[in-house]
Design a protein around this ligand. Structure first.
Ligand code: ADP
Ligand code: MG
Length: 334
């Protein structure tokens, strides 16, 4: 039995079915991301787990006990929201201690736990400040500390990084993951950012129109997308159509469907182990540092490919005629 079990969860707002037969088993200590475009139902799933929204049907169990019907404060779940939802009139320490105070914990215990949480988030000296005196990243750390202080069984994070600028976003996501590992807390993290989900999750649930399209590790989701939607939503894709006989550049792939290659599956020149060779013309060159992303026109498609930078090999110039190669084993059937 999984620690957290969500089964046949449904939610409709009037005639609008926004969560459809959503199923997910989460192991204790796992870090799960819900990934999908805006409006696909991520927040609604999270709000049902937290108890802010009642499911139309289905069950949400922690340790075998169904939570449906229990109020949020009876659930022992911590939640961090997208916008900084700190109480503006309370200090950082009062914000972090809020949940314990509501539960009637003794003053000394609250103080001890607040100090412990502020140390955990790397802000040991800021307990006396007010939220407006903190940066956005610091405010989200305090929100995390506030959610964790009452020792919840499950931590829910709803796009906690989306209001932050790029650099803070990356450092804070790594910090959240480190804290999550340290505490071993079962976590569901909502994001619409595929790179974010790929980089920090044990497993990802890709959502599409209220449905969990695929559940898998980042490696599985990226390399073996099980639906067209997942293939397109996660990572970049070069789509090739076969001819009427199902061939691409003379190699039999299968008729009646398209095939896709990730940018790193295409090689400049004839690489060892490849069986498909496509004449191409370079149309764009983006020097990204360790990687050079090339755009080329090949087999009637505009494709992207990544080559590693090598200081002794300058990238091809725009307009150059080249050959691209790939292995049919690396193609993703669509
Ligand atoms: P996401 O978090 O993936 O962007 P949401 O779960 O917020 O998506 O919303 C999913 C769908 O449910 C959207 O179409 C949204 O408009 C609708 N929705 C969410 N909350 C409500 C509500 N309280 N009343 C009516 N419709 C809602
Ligand atoms: Mg949302």
């Amino acid at each position: 039995m999984a620690f957290l079990e969500i089964s046949h969860l449904e939610k409709s707002f009037g005639a609008n079915r926004v969560v459809k037969d959503f199923n997910l088993d989460v192991d204790k200590g796992e870090f799960i991301s819900l990934l999908g475009p805006s409006g696909c139902g991520k927040t609604t799933v999270l709000r049902m787990v937290a108890g802010f929204e009642n499911p139309s049907s289905g069950a949400i169990r922690i340790g075998g006990t169904d939570l449906v019907g229990k109020r949020p404060n009876q659930r022992n779940i911590g939640m961090v929201f997208q916008a900084y939802a700190l109480f503006p009139n309370l200090t950082v320490a009062e914000n972090v201690g809020f949940g314990l105070k509501i539960k009637g914990a003794p003053r000394a215990e609250i103080d001890r736990r607040v100090a412990e949480m502020l140390a955990l988030i790397g802000l040991p000296d800021l307990g006396g400040r007010y939220p407006f005196q903190l940066s956005g990243g610091q405010q989200q750390r305090v929100a995390l500390a506030r959610a964790l202080a009452p020792k919840p069984q499950v931590l829910l994070l709803d796009e906690p990084l989306s209001a932050l600028d790029a650099k803070v976003r990356v450092s804070l996501r790594n910090e959240i993951r480190a804290i999550q590992r340290e505490l071993g807390i079962t976590t569901i993290f909502v994001t619409h950012d595929q790179e974010e989900a790929l980089s920090i999750s044990d497993r990802i649930v890709v959502m599409n129109g209220g449905i969990a399209d695929q559940v898998g590790t980042p490696f599985e989701i990226y390399n073996r997308p099980s639906t067209r939607f997942v293939a397109h939503f996660v990572g970049q894709l070069n789509v090739f159509s076969t001819d009427g006989a199902g061939n691409l550049a003379g190699v039999q792939l299968g008729a009646g469907r398209d095939f896709a290659a990730r940018p790193e599956a295409l090689h400049l020149g004839r690489a060892p182990g490849t069986d498909i060779v496509l004449p191409a013309r370079i149309s764009e060159v983006h020097f990204l540092g360790s990687v050079i992303r090339l755009t080329a026109d090949a087999a009637g498609a505009r494709v992207s490919l990544d080559t590693f930078n090598r200081p002794d090999v300058p990238p091809p110039a725009i307009g150059t005629d080249v050959e691209l190669s790939l292995s049919s084993r690396d193609l993703i059937p669509l």
